[in-house]
Design a protein around this ligand. Sequence first.
Ligand code: F0G
Length: 453
Amino acid sequence: MNHPPYKTKSVEKIALLPYRERLKKIRRAGYNLFFLNSEDVYIDFLTDSGTGAMSEDQWAALMQGDESYAGSSSFNRMQKSVRDILGFPYVIPCHQGRGAENVFNSLLVKEGMLVPGNAHFDTTRAHIEHNLGIPIDCTIASAYNFQSRHPFKGNVDVKKLKQVLKKNPDRIAYILITATCNQIGGQPVSLENIRTVSGIAKRFRVPLFFDIARFAENAYFIKSRERKYRDWPLPKIVREMMRYADGALMSAKKDAIVNIGGFIALRGKKLFQELGPRAILMEGFLNYGGMAGRDMEALAVGLREGIEKNYLCHRIGQIQYLGKGLAKIGIPVLQPWGGHAVYIDAGQMLKHIPYYQFPGQALAIAAYIEGGIRGVEVGSLMEGRDPATHQNKKARQELLRFAVPRRVYSQEHLDYVIDIFTKIWKKRKYIRGVKFTREVPILRHFSSKFSVV
Ligand code: F0G
């Protein structure tokens, strides 16, 4: 039994529309789940970003929001949390993760420069490319092997990384480790790998930064899968992880369990002073950076709650429960379990649908029609077209991601999803692919429309 470390004080109503209504709604949405109204969704697994339930302590902290433009005491409290938990002395608040990426990459990335690391998240990649840099994926090969049970699929391939650094001595902007690695299933990075990469970064005199949107989940995996750290308390593991980085970019909407917010945390004063003016230009003054004082209060508390052992144990337990439940009925799911989501291999499950008819999207539509469940395709639809040939790129995997919001759903909700998939599994041969009726050129999965083939 996965014991929840909380009880409910405030509730949000949800309802399941009748089957015929769901059919109407998805048709009207052009078979794109981003166009559904949330009230038409029963279980919303679209993202774990900004969708968590705040605690009573966070709600209480909101009332202490100091909305002063400069010198806000809410900022000071947030800065203290970041310093206490992550150990970085300098903090630049930003409105969310991509705000931090924008400020950061506009300074560090110049035309033709490379950013190697494990797989970058899509907004990260987009910001690097926007500044005419080149993201380089050096994730270990097992990350893309569905059969592999490697406990740290988010690890950087040290050999690949060294090759990139050797070949391009003057073109490296920085190395980035994303922990956990969202792009490959929320898979963690081991402390051993972090330490090795840090050694290499030092040897090549290249700075090392972390994307820490889900650092707490990563720390939990280190504790549970890396024997050496089994007896270490989570805060100690977090501090040990961060020790190796020159700084970190945080989307607080994930592991700080807030609805909005983010920051850049830095070890060095020089970079802080260089980034500061850009942050003021792009995000807002250095004591709020696009957040309200109350947002910073919630963040200050959430950051501490996000590394509590009981909470993380239950959270990761929920992902495991859902994953195991689906695997038991035959659904091919990515293993080992990631930290924030269950990834279903739609390509494997719907072999009769070719990649250019987007099996992940077809399964996402089926999940909505059958049970009012909303997930997101992570496959060839998201991958887009080759800019040169204009052909659809074939993704390495055709996945459907079910991202589980923090502290929101109960085991009964998860059982419901498993029940719905028992039905979908039986009907899988009848699920059909989709084709575009309107294809949007940039980030097409968000706003294109489709018809069923
Ligand atoms: N880095 C990672 C690893 C992310 O997963 C995200 C967002 C960002 C950066 C950007 O942060 O949304 O605050 O601007 N991931 C969300 C998701 C959107 O659904 O996976 P943001």
